[in-house]
Design a protein around this ligand. Structure first.
Ligand code: SAH
Ligand code: SF4
Ligand code: F3S
Length: 433
């Protein structure tokens, strides 16, 4: 089995993408190497998500498809948020007897030991910890990074916000912040090894606190003379401050884009969601950010069909989306999550939810097209992240994706590109030498 191959399938958010890199690190330290095809893998890991029902359905569908891989002796491991829900690991163990190892989010660092145990005894391992025993466990093995010019760095784990629709606090536990020196030395090492972009990760990065250091202190301390882009996610509107807005204007490294999930445009729904801000406060904050940084790229998450949402509530969401003009919007149909307060509220019918999401998607499509059109003629700095032949791809500071041709530009280069055309939301341009 040593010198075997592993295949990791990741679902869910960036947090999970990075956690899969950590799992890959553990497997590589034990002599395994990565492979692209499930059919070639000796170890198959599914790193799951349960934020919406569709995420779970996908996992079960995938499990059904890879069941047959067991015949050739592959080890099947399921980890991630799905297994951490109350009773979920037991249900999964029963429904899928062919899964060999089941771990939760708090003990993913133990996967190596569980594989040893399984190989030794041949007995399946089902172990899901109720909470984290020691945060440093997950930092012990170097991550096997897969995300090109970008490197993810956790600054905190968990969430204390308990938005009424959300399962994350139940499966990721309470907020824990990493020591600031550990974060800064990670950033330093990553820049030295050539990464051009660092994305700080947490469910609510603005509430980062370590000793007397806050999130904006951390951002200031991450400034160096090395040219790179510093990004972070996710921000909570209740916690973003004018100090952060100002920092966008003054920092040499902060990329000029902000993901600020609004979720809904109606105050009644925002309150029922336990979001702790009103639409007016949200719009005020956006205005402050735009004052300091007129070219700030803005993105958001919006949900439709939250329990009790009326046509009028929904129209307020459409109106807010229209007012803000997000560069990018992630749109979801509310999905019931067992154990959350919203699950016990009066639910909307499927058809209403579906019609609302269709209307929202259509509206945002028009907005994205308009924004892309406005970019034509402007010159932007692109970090090249991909190259196929002479065709280069990368992102501007405001997170817009841009394609252009260049023989000389290389992955990891910062280049200036003049935008020449916009097809829907896709930008193309000419490199300026
Ligand atoms: N901590 C981050 C990410 C949370 S999960 C944040 O607060 O923004 C990412 C997104 O999934 C959320 O912003 C929300 O829009 C969506 N989401 C969470 N729970 C959901 C549910 N039950 N149904 C549908 N969408 C949900
Ligand atoms: Fe979920 Fe809200 Fe926490 Fe985000 S802030 S992870 S939406 S509970
Ligand atoms: Fe999903 Fe867990 Fe992320 S539930 S969205 S993978 S924190």
């Amino acid at each position: 089995m040593m010198n075997g191959k592993y295949h990791i399938q990741t679902y869910g958010c960036q947090m999970n993408v990075h956690e899969s890199e950590k799992i890959a690190g553990i497997l590589q330290a034990r002599g395994f190497c990565s492979c692209d095809n499930v059919e070639d893998a000796d170890i198959i890991v599914l790193n799951t998500c349960c934020v919406r029902e569709t995420a779970e359905t996908k996992v079960y569908g995938h499990l059904g498809r890879i069941k047959s891989q067991k015949k050739r002796g592959a080890i099947l491991i399921v980890g991630g948020c799905m297994t951490q829900q109350a009773g979920a690991a037991e249900r999964l163990a029963k429904r899928c007897p062919f899964v060999d190892i089941i771990v939760g989010t708090f003990n993913q660092s133990q996967i190596g030991e569980y594989i040893d145990l399984f190989l030794h005894t041949g007995k399946r391992v089902v172990d899901v910890w109720e909470s984290e025993k020691d945060m440093s466990l997950s930092e012990n093995t170097a991550a096997a990074r897969t995300s090109g010019v970008n490197a993810w760095v956790n600054i905190m784990y968990g969430c204390n916000n308990f938005c009424t629709y959300c399962i994350v606090p139940y499966v990721r536990g309470r907020e824990r912040c990493r020591p600031i020196d550990d974060i800064l030395s990670d950033i330093d090492a990553l820049l030295k090894s050539g990464y051009k972009q660092i994305t700080l990760l947490g469910q609510n990065v603005n509430s980062y606190k370590y000793g007397d250091k806050t999130f904006t202190d951390l951002l200031k301390m991450a400034e160096t003379d090395v040219k790179y882009r510093l990004k972070f996610m996710t921000s909570h509107p209740k916690d973003v401050s004018p100090t952060l807005a100002e920092l966008f204007a003054t920092s040499k490294v902060l990329s000029k884009s902000l993901h600020l999930p609004v979720q809904a445009g109606s105050n009644r729904i925002l309150q029922a969601m336990n979001r702790h801000y009103t639409r007016e406060q949200y719009l005020d904050k956006i205005a402050t950010f735009r004052e300091f940084v007129p070219d700030l790229g803005l993105s958001s998450d919006v949900m439709v069909g939250f329990p009790t949402e009326t046509e009028d509530d929904f129209l307020q969401t459409l109106d807010l989306v229209e007012k803000v003009e997000y560069n990018n919007l992630f749109m979801f149909i509310y999905s019931r999550r067992s154990g959350t307060p919203a699950d016990k509220m009066p639910q909307l019918d499927y058809k209403t939810k579906q019609q609302r999401i269709d209307r929202l998607i259509k509206r945002q499509f028009e907005i994205s097209k308009r924004i892309a059109g406005n970019a034509v003629g402007k010159t932007v700095e692109i970090l090249v992240s991909e190259k196929k032949g002479d065709r280069c791809f990368g992102k501007a500071q405001n997170d817009a994706a841009v394609a252009f041709d260049s023989k000389t530009a290389q992955i990891g280069d910062f280049v200036n590109v003049k935008i020449t055309s916009a097809k829907n939301a896709n930008l193309t341009g000419d490199i300026i030498i």
